[in-house]
Design a protein around this ligand. Structure first.
Ligand code: 4AD
Ligand code: MG
Length: 430
């Protein structure tokens, strides 16, 4: 197997051949510095005229950005370089030239970059964000498998809509009406009754006409669901999971965090337990802060969430929202049925809600009543009601939005940079 830049240290002092692209180049009359990238990392290739000869040196000086190459050279230890190594080039061959590469070192506007997302992904910053995304996915599997959860795949084409009917992408399923999944939760609940602890991970779709730095039309969600778990334990799972994600990124993505200029102390602070406040307490806090635009029963908007989050270093749970604000399946508080046993987890630094979750109704009659109050069809939810007929148990779960979590841990302003090909309002290209 060929070596990669990430593993090049194992070949220190030896000659290797790498497949790479030219990211940047600097040169003088006698020496050329090639910034090489192969996706696993970056390394500087040094081409010395006196060593390689006139012809190859002239070719090196003419190499253009993103030209692909096989480069042969000797691996040198170099403490000044970020990778710790440098390559003394002895030979190279061009695989394919690149001309007029659109993403240059100069500043580009957002729309231009979004139109060129297919190549923008090659830039150092975008690679760093994608690697952090990948690490968060990896750490998710690690955390849940370690705690005996099974990954359960929920369908993308569905006939039901857990999170309300207003934001559905409708399609035809032959002669039936179907929707793109908004959430795998209801299927995860069936899974939890079979396997005890499950998590889904897949794309979800919301036809939301929101144009904010937190909203995507297609986003990926991780949805754990646990039998025999009630409200409080559900929050413990969330804080432990999110703390694991932060620790894992800190441990495995030092190079990427540095590329992104992330303040590491912000990530180090993310350790369970997280503070918890009720909706009522949050509302009182907002009123104290002078927000007179909301009253009991109103949902919090992003300025409200940000004001609350600014008060804490860690993510904060807001619990017990008014029942009227939340979906039909949430368990009402037995002492106060006007609120539900739910929590939203709000990230620090203005990243907003990264998790929504709750205990689920496990009583058959109550669930049936809620389905009817929400004007949902009992026929569509017959299978979901069945779960309450055959040995129903208390159970809880939550959904973590992957892109918002990537944005927060990476310190990236907008979710459009946290998914390879973002689907946004008015953007389906590329
Ligand atoms: O709060 P939501 O809508 O909850 C659910 O879908 C539940 N069924 C989850 C569950 O209990 N299993 O969405 C969960 C999370 C939000 O907290 C947010 O992080 C993310 O999904 N999210 C979005 N991310 C990007 N763009 C959007 N349009 C999002 N909508 C929700
Ligand atoms: Mg929510």
């Amino acid at each position: 197997m060929k070596t990669t830049i990430s593993k090049i240290g194992a070949s220190a002092g030896k000659q290797v051949t790498l497949g790479a692209w030219l990211a940047h180049k600097r040169s003088s009359g006698k020496i050329a510095f090639l910034q090489l990238r192969d996706g696993t990392g970056f390394i500087q290739g040094v081409v010395v005229k006196a060593e390689v000869g006139e012809e190859l040196f002239a070719q090196a000086k003419n190499l253009t950005q993103e030209t692909s190459l096989y480069v042969t050279g000797v691996v040198q230890t170099d403490e000044r370089s970020p990778s710790g190594y440098e390559l003394t080039v002895t030979d190279f061959t061009v695989i394919s030239e690149s001309h007029d590469y659109p993403i240059t070192p100069k500043e580009h506007g957002t729309e231009f970059l979004m139109d060129h997302r297919h190549v923008w992904l090659r830039s150092k910053r975008q690679q760093a964000v994608m690697k952090i995304r990948d690490q968060i996915i990896n750490a998710t599997y690690e955390f849940f498998h370690e705690h005996d959860f099974s990954k359960l795949d929920s369908p993308i084409l569905t006939g039901s809509s857990p999170e309300g009917t207003s934001e559905l992408f409708a399609t035809k399923y032959f002669d039936e009406d179907a929707f793109l999944s908004q959430s795998g939760q209801l299927y995860a609940e069936a899974g939890a009754m079979a396997l005890g602890r499950v998590f889904t991970f897949g794309p979800t779709f919301r036809a939301e006409k929101s144009k904010t730095r937190r909203h995507l039309i297609e986003f990926w969600m991780i949805e754990p669901e646990m039998a025999f778990v009630e409200f409080d334990e559900n929050l413990e799972w969330q804080e432990n999971y999110v703390s694991h994600l932060a620790a894992s990124v800190l441990k495995n993505n030092q190079i990427e965090l540095k590329t992104l200029g992330r303040d590491l102390s912000k990530l180090e602070a993310i350790q369970a337990p997280f503070p918890r406040i009720t909706y009522d307490e949050a509302l009182a806090f907002l009123h104290e802060k002078g927000f007179d635009d909301i009253s009991w029963g109103d949902d919090f908007g992003s300025p409200h969430e940000t004001a609350i989050a600014e008060h804490y270093e860690k993510p904060v749970f807001i619990t017990h929202y008014p029942t009227s604000l939340k979906p039909f399946y949430m368990q009402p508080d037995p002492n106060r049925p006007e609120v539900v046993l739910c929590a939203d987890l709000i990230a620090p630094e203005g990243y907003g809600e990264i998790i929504g979750g709750s205990e689920r109704i496990h009583d058959y009659e109550l669930l049936k009543q809620r389905i009817s109050e929400h004007n949902l069809s009992e026929e569509t939810y017959a299978w979901y009601l069945d779960l309450r007929k055959y040995g129903s148990v208390p159970h809880s779960g939550f959904g973590l939005g992957l892109e918002r979590t990537v944005a927060w841990l990476s310190g990236v302003e907008h979710v459009r940079e946290t998914i390879p090909f973002p689907r946004l309002l008015n953007r389906l290209y590329p």
